[in-house]
Ligand binder design. Sequence first.
Ligand code: MN
Length: 196
Amino acid sequence: MKDIMPNNGQFAMPELPYEALGEVISKETLSFHHGKHLKAYVDNLNKMLPGSGLENLPLGEVVCKAEGGLFNNAGQVLNHAMYFEQFANSPKPMGDRMKALLERDFGSVEAFKKEFEQKGATLFGSGWVWLSAGKDGKLVVTQQKNAENPVTMGLCPLLTFDVWEHAYYLDYQNRRADYLAALWQIVDWQVVESRL
Ligand code: MN
């Protein structure tokens, strides 16, 4: 996977290039999700990294090699950096290349979205649903628990929806499926395709 955050011995907070995402994610949700939850993961990662032997590695490699609390915090920083980066208020539409890949591997773009939403809705507890590319280029949708990222399985992660309750509860309460269905409106496909 491409390196998403520079490692200067410490990781900086990923910037949030919007305050709210239309009717899809409120300013209040983003202020807690980015300003409190992600901030805590970044602070914990930066506390745990020195002396771990992994302090000079790209974040994706830290996630592949870390264990325990370091893995949990590094994974959550990587996952959230990708999540917040892929959304926009004026998102770029899906390009022909991605459309062709999704049609090849899922039958249609709609079939892909249906599988992605279904796997997000049925993930028990906290975690993430991912679209990734395998080494053979084939696209797959996976459910990952807690802080997991498909990079640990040798996949290249492309798109993710956070299904931890903190991602949607203020706006959607228990209606996780409604949150997942609404997110397509704000996915910037140019960002997603840049991860291929
Ligand atoms: Mn989250």
